[in-house]
Design a protein around this ligand. Structure first.
Ligand code: TYM
Length: 337
């Protein structure tokens, strides 16, 4: 029975680094597209702790955030009975396939990765090998599970493209080993921008422009009230990403959390100032995040439950990952033990 459903379903996979608290960009760009898919897809979602240490982490904080992230995944609607939720470092096949795929990733390709350039500029005292070869590990994360779709925000598209190059290169030598994965995202959530500097993506490194999933409603309301709008003279809520990046970002956020279209939003706020609009966006976000925060807080207090979830998840993930890894080892010429 299980084998049958698994064969007919397509697969989805994604992950987030527990290097900071989850924020609205992570939610709208990624997690929101993961939930409610388990009837249609075999779903694998993980906490990318191996990736997180490419930047120095305080060990206690890393442990805490990894568990919090798991509680938040569940609170966002990922039922552990229907989705495989696991911690990356619990499935050793990631690191092993990461090594093999590193041998199929070119220095030039890795040098072009925007995330590497950004992070090495930010952490000049720690431009380590892991930071550079990180996309090979991400390719391994993906390919171990042979997914059809990888739901991520736009900033990760380049890494998915590189994964596709690796598939082409590897399959070109060894035959059809890996399935070609597709990047998946939604228009409104793909690129959530910073509230105080809308030319940058929303990120934990600018906390005043970033809304965290677990943040108190009054703090969220304050951040939206202070959000930068545009210095144009027309003062109306109209979507124009190039000339009105602040308002357009808020419109994107509002569209993503309410499901409303841009025309509808323009009509709703026709003739009203930016202040009313910003308050409305803040309220819509608060109401979206409220049940998530409450449920995550409840789940977090049950450590035994969380432990059972990540143990079962690692077991299920390992079975799938091992199958792929064995195939790869055989293809490249390693002798089975
Ligand atoms: P990470 O941890 O930086 O971000 C996690 C997810 O959140 C999305 N995201 C955003 N989306 C819209 N607007 C934003 N401002 C924003 N900020 C973050 C990211 O696009 C991502 O989907 N390399 C990955 C983690 C990873 C992974 C994987 C993902 C490791 N292995 C395998 C998919 C498959 C990363 O650093 O994402």
């Amino acid at each position: 029975m299980e084998a049958n459903t698994t064969e007919t379903k397509k697969t989805m996979l994604s992950g987030i680094q527990p290097s900071g608290d989850l924020h609205l960009g992570n939610y709208l760009g990624a997690i929101k597209n993961w939930s409610g898919r388990s009837d249609e897809f075999d779903c694998f979602y993980f906490m990318a702790d191996l990736h997180a240490i490419t930047v120095r982490q305080n060990p206690a904080d890393l442990r805490r955030r990894t568990l919090e992230q798991l509680a938040q995944y569940i609170a966002c609607g990922l039922d552990p009975e229907k989705n495989t939720l696991f911690i990356q470092s619990h499935v050793h096949q990631h690191a092993e396939l990461g090594w093999v795929l590193g041998c199929f990733t070119m220095f030039g390709e890795l040098s072009r990765m925007t995330q590497f350039k950004d992070k090495s500029a930010k952490h000049q005292d720690n431009i380590n090998g892991g930071l550079f070869t990180y996309p090979s590990l991400m390719a391994a994360d993906i390919l171990l599970y042979q997914p059809d779709f990888v739901p991520v925000g736009a900033d990760q598209k380049q890494h998915v493209e590189l994964t596709r190059n690796i598939v082409q290169r590897f399959n070109g030598v060894y035959g059809d080993v890996f399935k070609m994965p597709e990047f998946y995202s939604t228009k409104e959530g793909a690129r959530v921008m910073c509230l105080t500097a809308p030319e940058n993506k929303m990120s934990k490194s600018a906390p005043e422009g970033c809304v965290f999933l677990m943040e108190k409603p009054e703090d969220i309301a304050r951040k939206f009230k202070r959000a930068i709008t545009d210095s144009d003279t027309e003062h109306c809520v109209r979507f124009d990403a190039e000339n009105k990046p602040g308002v357009s970002n808020l419109m994107n956020i509002y569209a993503a959390v309410t499901g409303k279209g841009m025309d509808e939003i323009e009509t709703e706020f026709d003739g009203q100032g930016y202040g009313t609009f910003k308050t409305a966006v803040g309220e819509a976000v608060i109401e979206t995040l409220r049940p998530i925060r409450e449920e995550a807080t409840r789940i977090l207090s049950d450590k035994a439950y969380l432990e059972s979830v990540y143990r079962n998840g690692a077991e299920k993930a390992s079975r799938v990952a091992e199958k792929t890894l064995r195939k790869v080892y055989k293809k490249v010429g390693f002798i089975p033990r």
